[in-house]
Design a protein around this ligand. Structure first.
Ligand code: DQA
Length: 159
């Protein structure tokens, strides 16, 4: 099973940008922790960061038929990008969105969220730990899919 982690604009600046909001952890450190969880659970994981909306759309499209789960922090594009929302909806791959900060407690423009309605779940305000929670959530989704496929297989066997 493969997870693709997609990080939007300015997340390459974690550890430098607004540490009072996003903390001191760098993106590479977050990814190293996610890689560990993936390895422990025999999952394939790919990391992608871009500051460009179209590149993020391309990466989501690449997930079609290739990835089993998407973990995405679309960053500022969360609040503006119908293109990213449509791409997630198009590929029918379970997606979990993560926000390091609690976007509901910040400026009003961050309350608009184009991405959440097409995601299975949103994790906000836990800091970088949110990415770990997203890994746990994705493993749960995979387990549920496997269980329902097994139940279907057994039902077909009986029929
Ligand atoms: C963010 C929240 C967004 O509003 C902001 O533009 C970001 C990061 C977060 O992880 O808290 O770049 O997605």
């Amino acid at each position: 099973m493969k997870i693709v982690v997609i990080q939007g604009p300015n997340l390459n600046m974690l550890g430098v940008r607004e540490q009072n909001i996003y903390g001191p952890m760098k993106l590479e450190q977050i990814h190293a922790q996610m890689q560990e969880v993936a390895t422990q659970n025999s999952l394939e994981i790919e990391f992608f960061q871009s500051n460009l909306e179209g590149e993020i759309v391309d990466k989501i499209q690449e997930c079609y038929g290739e990835a089993h789960g998407i973990i995405i922090n679309a960053a500022a594009y969360t609040h503006t990008s119908i293109a990213i929302r449509d791409a997630i909806a198009a590929v029918s791959v379970p997606a979990i969105e993560v926000h390091i900060s609690n976007i509901h407690r910040r400026e009003d423009f961050r309350k608009e969220n184009m991405i959440a309605p097409v995601c299975t779940s949103s994790i906000v305000g836990f800091g970088p730990f949110g990415y770990h929670l997203a890994m746990m959530g994705m493993i749960q989704i995979f387990n549920e899919i496997a269980a329902s496929q097994e139940a279907q297989r057994q039902a077909q066997e009986k029929a």
